[in-house]
Design a protein around this ligand. Structure first.
Ligand code: ZN
Length: 269
């Protein structure tokens, strides 16, 4: 025998508990971010105080685990102001931990953190699978504008000479007809993302000028963007110290925290 009224009541109580949890999370977040004391605020006010409410952030986890199994598709040339391969396999640690998996897990952690701040997050790929490839760099670049994002962050790990270590943030150089409209804002975003990563304890790369910033005019993911965008190379997977960090879940979450801090600072300015 069923008891619909009791079931409904239980549902309402459960919903209330979930709502209370969300409001509590909102109040805690609002307090942390705004250093305010929202104890007197109504639940609605606490919820709307989430600092990234109404914002959309596009995250591009670099590469795809199956890219090496689909050479014809991945090597196909796409036009990004010049002809470039659709995508590439990415690098790996000497121990075989693939860049595609690193970027995937950092991006997932970043999404969780941004959603907790109230943002809507959209990802250029939604799997990390040996059965999948792509998307191509032109599609990754166009993605942010297509989903109405305020900005796009492309997540990568570098595969450089073993002695170099640290992160760097790549911003698009101005290309007339492509990035001339977003280069300035992307540079501002790059500064905030660099500050975010430095702020959680990561060191800027010892290469690429040593300031943790680089500018490129030949990367399709950046060139095809129509919203402010950066590509982060979070560490050198061929460096033993960076590789130790990049294969650790807690360290990947710290990368995500630094990136989220940078995105929040940029969108709060
Ligand atoms: Zn990469």
């Amino acid at each position: 025998m069923s008891h619909p009224p009791a079931a409904l009541l239980a549902g309402a109580v459960l919903a209330g508990a979930v709502l209370a949890g969300a409001v509590l999370a909102g109040a805690v977040l609002a307090g942390a971010v705004l250093a305010g004391a929202p104890g007197q605020a109504s639940p609605a006010a606490a919820t709307s105080a989430l600092p990234l409410a109404g914002r959309v952030v596009a995250i591009d986890p670099g590469h795809q685990l199956g890219n090496s199994r689909f050479p014809a598709q991945v090597d196909r040339r796409v036009w990004v102001g010049l002809w470039k391969p659709c995508n590439s396999t990415g690098t790996a640690t000497n121990g075989g931990f693939p860049e595609a998996t690193f970027t995937w897990w950092v991006s997932r952690r970043l999404a969780v953190r941004l959603e907790a701040l109230g943002a809507t997050v959209r990802m250029t790929r939604t799997t990390n699978s040996r059965d999948d490839w792509g998307p191509c760099v032109d599609a990754r670049g166009r993605f942010g504008a297509e989903v109405g994002a305020d900005l796009e962050v492309s997540v990568h790990g570098d595969g450089a000479a073993a002695g170099t270590h640290g992160f760097f943030v790549i911003r698009p150089g101005a290309r007339p007809g492509y990035t001339d409209d977003i280069a300035g804002r992307s540079s501002v975003l790059a500064g905030h993302v660099r500050a975010g990563l430095l702020g959680v304890g990561f060191g800027a790369s010892t290469a690429y000028g040593g300031d943790g910033l680089d500018t490129r005019r030949d990367l399709g993911t950046l060139t095809m963007a129509d919203v402010p965008t950066v590509m982060v190379e979070l560490g050198n997977m061929r460096n033993a110290g960076d590789a130790r960090c990049m294969t650790s879940a807690s360290c990947r979450d710290r990368y995500a925290r630094g990136l989220a801090d940078g995105v929040l600072a940029y969108l709060s300015r």
